[in-house]
Each structure stands twice: as C-alpha cells, then as structure tokens.
Design a protein around this ligand. Sequence first.
Ligand SMILES: [Zn+2]
Length: 255
Amino acid sequence: MNKYWIDAHCHLNELDIKNILSKKIKQAKKSNIKLFLSSALCESEYEWHKKSGLPNMLWYAGIHPVYEKSDLKDLPTIIELAESKKIIGIGEIGLDTRDFDEQKQTDLLLEQLNIANEFDLPVIFHIVGKYYELFKLLKNNFPRVRGILHGFNASQKITEIFTKFDLTFSIGCRFPKLEVLKFILKYGNYCFETDAPYQKPYASVDEFNHLSNLLVPINFIIQNLNIEREKLLDRQFQIIRNLFPQICKTNNLVC
Ligand SMILES: [Zn+2]
C-alpha cells in the first residue's frame, strides 16, 4: 500500500490568497504529504470548502470558542452539513482562556458534542489552558467521545489523564516537551498537523506557516527519539484512516 503523510488540521481557505494555495499543495506533495483535513469555522468558510473542489481535501466544521467570525447562528448549518455527510467531523470546537464567558463556551461545546454524538462523528478539539475543564466535561457527559486533540501541547500529567478517552494527540510545529512526546509515541494514538497558516515553528521568520512544515515535528521525532520514519508514516496513516474512513473514498488516494 502506498502510504502518505496526512495533515490532520489546517485551514486551506486561509491559504487561498494570491494563488498560493495550489503552489503550497504542490510543494507539500513533493514531501509525500497528500491529504489535508481542513477546518472551517464560519458560514463563509463552510461555503469555500463546499465549492473548492480540491481532490485531496476533506473538511470538518464547527463553531470555534474565540474566533471572531464564528457565531452561534451557524449551528443549524453545521447540523445540515453533518446530515448531508459533507463534513467528516465536528470541529474545531472547545474551550479557550482568551474568552471570559465560561458558561457560554461550555454550553456551545456541549451543544456541538451532542451533534457529533447524534451523527456519530469524530470531534476535533481546540483547547487553550482548559484541559482539566474539558476532562471533567467529557467524563461526566461524553465518556465515549472520539476524535483529535488538535495542536496538543500540555504537561505529562494532562497527557496521561486524556488516555482515558478514545482521543488522538495531534502534534504540530509547536510540539510538547521531549518526555511528553516520548509518552505519546509509546501510547500510539498520534497524528500530525500544521494548522497552517497559523502556528508556524517558533524559530521561523516566515510570514505564515507552510503545509510542508508538517515534516518539522516528524523530523524532530526521528532525530531525537530514534524512531523510524516508516513507523511514524504507518501509524499516522492507520490512525487517521480508522478515525475518518471517508479518506478511502477520496480521489486519487489509495487505502
Ligand atoms: Zn486551527
């Protein structure tokens, strides 16, 4: 089987400026990055994803806890997208310390978790500084949740408690500390993401993050944790395929 790297979380619509998107996708394909799971956060972004016609993209939709264009009024559209099977998951949704209206955030998250539950879809979580709150909320309401903790970077203790759920740690350019990475790799539920154009590597002087930077955490792990490239390639492929079986129906891709 021909395996390839999968970017589990990016924002392709944000790269669709000045014709750079096709260039960036071409550049990524040279590194065997062939599938992009893109995150749509508001009505105009849902429309962009519906119309884009990109053969190597699948997408999910959600109301982000702090993104200014995300709005509660988009909930019916998300239900419609889930019902018509246009999206492969609900997200990114979550909790973020940058918004102080905690109750509003929690209610919105619960509502979207209900939608994911009803349509049996995986969830893509965006969590900033509120992992313990998420843990409690899932334990009490959705212990059988499945999905991805996107851009995961937290302490060893938090990482350990989240193995209680069927969740995958998605590792980006701003990856966690070495011992946490070691733990995640041993645990085995991991995938990789760029979150492009956001979350560029700390040392990068570029204007934004590139899709080809998916290899930044991968190369770091290979060099520092003595793990074979082939093993990482196999594992992330298997994890994403299990979570999103739709990838096997995507044009030009082999499963
Ligand atoms: Zn994102």
